[in-house]
Design a protein around this ligand. Sequence first.
Ligand code: HEC
Length: 135
Amino acid sequence: MTDRAASRPGLRWVAALFAVVSIGAAAACSGGEESSGPPVTGAAAEGKQLFNSNGCAACHSVDGSDGVGPTMKGLAGSQVSLEGGGTVTADDAYLRQSILDPSAQRVAGYSAAMPARDLSPEEVDSLVAYIDALR
Ligand code: HEC
């Protein structure tokens, strides 16, 4: 009786501590509720925040799964098929244009759902750095 009563609160305390530690670790890694994918630093980390705060994550995954728009994983440097024919290499210039003027070169098989956003050149650079980090 005494033994059991003593051990139960002990276990609960360990479980609570574990929960706190894992929540803390998850928050530190992701930097926000919506984000996932590999850890990134510098401009790419800023880009990751912008990616989440500007709603990009609602349409684009960073883990390879398909959404309203194509995944950002493995995009940088890849060959993209365009609506209406032709392919383009997803270099920084292409990524920048895709963000600033989404309908200029539409990806084959996707709708023109992506809204143009009012982003500064620095913000676009950070977003491109983030997408580059996901290659
Ligand atoms: C409402 C959904 C939606 C939102 C929000 C959105 N996009 Fe898109 N995006 C799309 C769709 C659909 C496409 C594919 C059609 C096209 O090329 O416009 C696309 C295409 C792209 C491409 C080219 C992808 C490729 O495979 O070549 C990039 C890069 C991109 N988006 C980045 C962003 C960034 C960065 C943001 C946030 C600032 C964003 N998108 C917000 C829907 C969205």
